[in-house]
Design a protein. Structure first.
Ligand code: G6P
Length: 489
């Protein structure tokens, strides 16, 4: 039987430890984990031609005392997920020293690489590549090496390794050096920065990140734009590199890496099944009561700078100012789940979201009308209920690798929802035909799009929403993952 290794910072599950020593398991959060959820199911199925599906081992970081305890208790440190509701992979959680993890995850991955790829540096948060940054970088190398070591140790001869995201951009090269027999794919779930912006990274570091990814046989992205930007950065930063734009290959030091685009969609059937469960129905009922017969504008995000929540709220305010006829007739439900709270920029952003929301409620709210409901605690069934009832879904990131909210909404929607979508989301490449497209910086244009979306006749809305759902489910995660592995053959 063949073997597939998956490597990502956040794993498919996480554990919490209670005082009496009991462990509770729950599904991990984040877009990457939703995307990869179908992958573990590969361990249970047989392929269409009757071959036994590959054995899957998922390597991730242990993210707390629960994960560490679960790993220590598991035989040989391998957690077997068979029998749980999360497919059938084995999971190995790496116990990375806390200080190394903090510098690699917060210092480099989230505060530097994420900011560069999402064009998030503005004046106050401009990068300082100083002594601390150099120390953080060494930790990022050590963190990547810990993954490469574990993968090299666990991989069967000739196995395939699928390494995920910007946390692990050095690991492909490191793994190749340790195990030349493996076939390696690296997948970027983020956008890729254009060369002028990528140029923020200090000499040496920018090149190492590119070289790290080129250690893979196949480097994959969510849409053409990000793949092209990666090629542009290789051309700008790596002397002597040979790039074939038509064939989408990069050759360096005698080795060629193919560059691929694999869009990620949602598994319509399992999402609809989940949305039909009783916990969602109960929340749907409560929400209906809260909103009454008013129109509902929904947004669902992590409280994340790239998601552009403050401008989204400003657009809602402008809608109420420019079109006062909507006052009392619309409710904006904004889910902004806590995220990356260790970083000051995220804490400040969360405060800005709360301030902006409070000002809108104060300015327009009446005893009988709550114009805006901001919900900050993570409640997945309530999100599904909101998708079901939304008249309008607002997705306005400054930049986004794909954005699965834009895809999940139309799939779960009961009567069809109008989608207001940023042209800077990867999903725009697939959904632009039926969404109302906006420049995420243009608050007035976004307000007008919300107005048009609210006015859209029911029949048109339902028809567009159906086409959006078809596009959103065209590449379910299982297919997305299988395509990456197939690119290694
Ligand atoms: C994005 C990234 C993922 C990450 C997720 C949640 O989707 O591409 O790699 O897991 O955000 O972020 P977090 O820092 O909480 O893992």
């Amino acid at each position: 039987m063949s073997q597939v290794l998956v490597a990502s910072n956040r794993g498919p599950v996480s554990f919490s430890l209670s005082d009496d020593g009991a462990l509770t398991m729950r599904r991990g959060g984040g877009g990457l984990v939703s995307g990869l959820a179908g992958v573990t199911e590969a361990g249970t199925a047989t392929t269409t031609d009757g071959e036994k599906a590959p054995e899957v081992l998922w390597v991730c970081a242990a993210l707390g005392v629960g994960d560490r305890t679960a790993s220590r208790r598991a035989p040989d440190g391998r957690l077997d997920l068979a029998g749980h509701d999360v497919g059938r992979a084995a999971v190995r959680m790496l116990d990375i020293p806390a200080a190394t993890f903090d510098r690699a995850y917060n210092g480099v991955a989230n505060a530097t690489l994420w900011f560069v790829h999402h064009l998030l540096y503005d004046t106050p948060s401009a990068p300082h590549f100083d002594a601390k940054a150099r120390r953080d970088w060494q930790s990022y190398e050590a963190y990547n090496a810990a993954f490469a070591d574990a993968l090299a140790r666990d991989a069967a001869p000739g196995a395939k390794a699928a390494i995920q995201d910007y946390h692990l951009s050095l690991a492909p090269r490191m793994l190749r050096d340790r195990r030349p027999d493996l076939r390696i794919v690296h997948f970027s779930h983020t956008p890729w920065a254009p060369p002028e912006y990528y140029g923020l990274l200090p000499d040496g570091i920018g090149e190492r990140v590119l070289d790290g990814i080129l250690g893979a046989d196949h480097a994959a992205f969510l849409c053409d734009r990000w793949a092209e930007a990666f090629l542009d950065c290789c051309a700008a930063r790596l002397p002597g590199v040979k790039i074939d734009r038509a064939a989408r290959t990069v050759t360096r030091g005698g080795r060629t890496t193919t560059i691929g685009v694999h869009g990620l969609g949602v598994d319509g059937e399992s999402l609809r099944r989940r949305a039909a469960e009783p916990d969602v129905a109960a929340r749907s009922l409560a929400l209906r009561e809260q909103v009454g017969d008013r129109k509902l504008i929904v947004r669902i995000d992590r409280t994340e700078l790239s998601k552009n929540i403050v401008r989204g709220l400003a657009a809602y305010r402008e809608l109420l100012v420019d079109h006062p006829e909507w006052r009392g007739r619309v409710v904006h439900l904004a889910f902004a789940y806590p995220s990356r709270y260790d970083l000051p920029a995220y804490r400040e952003y969360t405060a800005a979201v709360r301030r902006t929301a409070a000002r809108i409620s104060e300015e327009f709210g009446t005893p009988s009308w709550e114009p805006l409901i901001l919900q900050v605690n993570d409640d997945y069934p309530r999100s599904l209920a909101a998708y079901g009832l939304a008249d309008v879904l607002l997705v306005n990131p400054i930049r986004d690798g794909m954005n699965l909210v834009a895809k999940e909404g139309p799939v779960v929607s009961e009567r069809g929802c109008a989608l207001v979508l940023s042209r800077e989301a990867g999903a725009a490449a697939e959904l632009a035909g039926d969404a109302l497209m906006v420049n995420p910086y243009d608050v007035s244009q976004t307000a007008e799009a919300l107005h048009r979306a609210l006015l859209m006749p029911g029949e048109e809305r339902a028809a567009r929403s159906r086409r959006l759902a078809d596009a959103a489910t065209a590449l379910p995660p299982q297919r997305w993952f299988a395509d990456q592995l197939a690119a290694l053959d």
